[in-house]
Design a protein around this ligand. Structure first.
Ligand code: OAD
Length: 248
């Protein structure tokens, strides 16, 4: 895509945003890629490439090999702990107050949106730094963990697991309902850095489209959302979003 073309498209996107009062944003791994956090399709690299995601991110995988799964998440937690939000996260946080209704729905588990200052955030797939009891699903504080064993145990004796949604698990109904309701009444749906292939998150732009919203996509490559997007801004989220903020 030519530079002039992308500038025109960004202007068009800004005009749509100016006219909107209800906005929903859906983000995926691409928004954190520039922080050094590998996207899902790229994550199985190096030491971990021999394992498939179902083995590393499912209740059955955890039951079969709790230490392997815990170690994989510790590896990813270390990356998240040492990363910081990028200009895309900060731009989204700054845009929030400009709209009457604004909801940021993310599939990311790194909490970087909140660390950048976003307040209306739905974290559909949970939070990687949280610990939950594998049996009772309650939140377990770091101080409660028995760290002498791997994986650590909850005070009830069960294993502790990361607070993310795994393959084969349902997304908690309240955040999902909030995200769907906002999608059904938004005027602009901004879709950033997601391949748009994982349900139910991928339904959000579809619901917005059916409600008559303008779909604006920011992605470094075409995705499953590109065909239904009215405006496709090809490029890195950390570059395109600050451009949107400059103009708006
Ligand atoms: P994916 O890894 O499927 O897709 C990442 C998307 O980001 C791709 O479309 C890339 O082209 C795009 N991308 C990469 N770098 C970018 C950048 N700098 N700027 C803009 N776009 C960029 O990640 P998700 O769509 O988030 O679920 O994956 C969705 C879910 O699938 C994840 O939340 C995870 C996984 O299974 C669970 O863990 C439950």
């Amino acid at each position: 895509m030519q530079q002039a073309n992308i500038e025109e498209l960004i202007k068009e996107a800004v005009e749509k945003l100016h006219r909107a009062s209800r906005v929903v944003v859906l983000t995926g791994a691409g928004v954190s890629a520039e922080c050094g956090i590998a996207t899902f399709r790229d994550a199985q690299t190096g030491l971990w490439e021999q394992f498939n995601p179902q083995e590393l991110a499912s209740p059955d995988g955890f039951r079969d090999n709790p230490k392997l799964v815990w170690d994989w998440y510790e590896y990813r937690r270390e990356i998240v702990r040492s990363s910081s939000p990028n200009p895309a996260h900060f731009t989204l946080a700054a845009l929030e107050d400009r709209f009457e209704k604004f909801l940021l729905v993310t599939q990311n588990v790194d909490e970087l949106h909140k660390r950048a200052g976003s307040r209306n955030v739905v974290e559909l797939h949970g939070r990687i730094l949280e610990n939950r009891c594998f049996e009772e699903d309650r939140l377990v504080a770091d101080e409660e963990l028995d760290l002498d064993i791997t994986p650590p145990r909850c005070p009830c004796g069960s294993y502790v697991r990361p607070g993310v949604v795994w393959f084969g698990e349902a997304i908690p109904s309240a955040p999902l309902a909030e995200a769907f309701a906002a999608a059904r009444r938004c005027e602009v749906c901004l879709v950033i850095g997601t391949s748009g292939v994982v349900q139910p998150a991928a339904s959000i732009p579809m619901l917005a489209l059916r409600a008559g919203a303008c779909i604006i996509e920011v992605n470094s490559e075409e995705s499953a959302i590109t065909d239904i997007s009215h405006i496709f801004l090809r490029g890195k989220a950390g570059v395109i979003l600050p451009e949107i903020k400059k103009l708006s």
